[in-house]
Design a protein around this ligand. Structure first.
Ligand SMILES: Cc1ncc(COP(=O)(O)O)c(C=O)c1O
Length: 382
């Protein structure tokens, strides 16, 4: 974890809003996953944070990539990944994505029966299973419910596997991903149990891919244990696709206080908001807040409970609610923690706001993404 002094130094040197990553935390997260998920092939779900420097680090550590767009496939290739390191996933793949996956020799994850006829000849394939389960996360993050757009219903899976094989594809196994930021290991256990019901109908398999979705405080050992048991049921090799867990804790968003405003609520107005970090607005994500201004005795006696609002003309542009803080002043800096996943990756140019710079601390500061400018925003416009 970077110190307050390091974070303040980064804000002073690179400006705010700023995404800051700690290489030691990235390494520690991967080590924790590898300790829990022994004998498991890891594919980083790069949607969580596709920065090329982070991808190159994953690749150097022997991690493959789960890709859901032509752009993500291009990033995997850019950092030197080959076909056996790449999964092509997604509920609505384009012709370009099928063609590029085939050219690379990647493994496809099919999401519906119709894909059997769309795959390039002799593809390596897993079938994504929809286990029809409600899980303990925000609705927008749940992907395993029966009504969601993802996966093949349990009962349809044997037929899809048979059709794949009849069409000359290498139907290697099954895939399941029930959602993101899931805390409760019993949700995973329930999903794996549903999959195991397929054993009599589908026989032994080469691969069982259990997706990702682990929240930072999830019981990784418990989930890994259940996953291993499910893989054993099929005599399969275990694959996993963590995104959030590998990067969330290593990243923070630094933002500067622009002012204070009291209405029915006490607001701290920030220079970062929904355009830099949309997770609180999109699915009620809670990011711990670390104030980086001097917390003298006097300041500690002058604490309030604040809503942290961004600069957008949107009432929902609030990054955190009811946060107890010593009273800040304009120019003070705070850190929104656990922002390394789906933070920078989901930032936008709404309101012609240049996306923030991203920097990595690895014994020294490295700018791993330049701050955008207005010119880079309108470069493609006429
Ligand atoms: C198929 C699939 N695998 C893996 C992930 C990674 O999830 P997480 O970042 O929660 O680990 C996602 C996220 O949406 C996904 O859709």
């Amino acid at each position: 974890m970077l110190t307050d002094a390091q974070l303040l130094a980064a804000a002073a040197r690179f400006g705010t809003p700023l995404y800051v990553y700690d290489a030691a935390e990235l390494d520690a997260a991967l080590a924790r996953v590898r300790t829990a998920f022994t004998d498991t092939r890891l594919f980083y779900a790069m949607k969580a944070n596709p920065n090329l420097t982070l991808l190159a680090r994953m690749r150097a550590a022997g991690v493959g990539f789960e890709c859901v767009s032509a752009g993500e496939l291009a990033r995997a290739v850019k950092v030197g990944a080959g076909g056996s390191d790449i999964l092509v996933n997604g509920p609505a793949k384009s012709d370009e994505e099928y063609a590029e996956g085939a050219r690379l020799g990647a493994t496809f994850i099919v999401d519906r029966a119709e894909e059997v006829g769309l795959l390039p000849p002799r593809s390596r394939v897993l079938v994504r299973v929809n286990p029809a389960l409600e899980v303990s996360t925000h609705d927008h993050l749940a992907t395993g419910a029966g009504g969601s757009k993802f996966g093949v219903p349990l009962g349809g899976v044997p037929a899809v596997l048979n059709a794949l094989r009849a069409a000359g594809h290498d139907g290697r196994g099954l895939h399941v991903h029930i959602g993101s930021a899931i805390r409760d290991a019993t949700d995973f256990a329930a999903a794996f149990a549903r999959l195991s019901e397929l054993r009599p109908a589908v026989g032994e398999l080469e691969v069982l891919d259990v997706g990702g979705g682990w929240s930072l405080d999830a019981d990784l050992d418990g989930i890994a244990d259940q996953a291993r048991r499910a893989a054993q049921v099929f005599g399969a090799q275990l694959w996993a696709e963590p995104g959030r867990y590998l990067v969330a804790g290593a990243g923070v968003l630094l933002s500067q206080v622009v002012g204070l405003k009291a209405t029915a609520h006490e607001f701290v107005l920030l220079d970062a908001g929904m355009t830099e970090l949309i997770r609180p607005m999109l699915y009620g994500a809670v990011h711990p807040v670390l104030p980086l201004w001097p917390r003298s005795e006097a300041a500690l006696h002058n604490t309030g409970t604040y809503d942290l609002a961004g600069p957008a003309c949107e009432s929902g542009d609030v990054l955190a609610r009811e946060v107890p803080l010593p009273r800040p002043q304009r120019g003070d800096v705070l850190a929104l923690l656990e922002a390394g996943a789906y933070g920078a990756a989901m930032s936008s140019n709404y309101l012609t706001r240049p996306r923030p710079a991203e920097v990595l601390w690895d014994g020294e500061w490295r700018v791993i993404r330049q701050r955008e400018s207005v010119e880079t925003i309108w470069a493609a416009e006429t």
